[in-house]
Design a protein around this ligand. Structure first.
Ligand SMILES: [Zn+2]
Length: 62
């Protein structure tokens, strides 16, 4: 019997961020509700957005 409460529900341990171009700048958002800040002043370059998205996807949700 395994009753230690370690059950799986929704897969929140993995992120699936999407990088896309929004109003001339690059942004990412994720199915978990995470997203890049939309009011950053120097607009994100594509590689910045990808880098942030990758960093986000490396995060394991608690
Ligand atoms: Zn996420």
């Amino acid at each position: 019997m395994n009753s230690n409460g370690h059950r799986r529900r929704i897969d929140r341990a993995h992120h699936h961020p999407h990088v896309r171009k929004v109003r001339g700048t690059w942004a990412w958002d994720c199915d978990c509700g995470g997203a890049s800040c939309r009011t950053v002043h120097p607009p994100l370059e594509w590689n910045d957005a990808v880098g942030e998205a990758l960093r986000h996807s490396a995060t394991i949700a608690a």
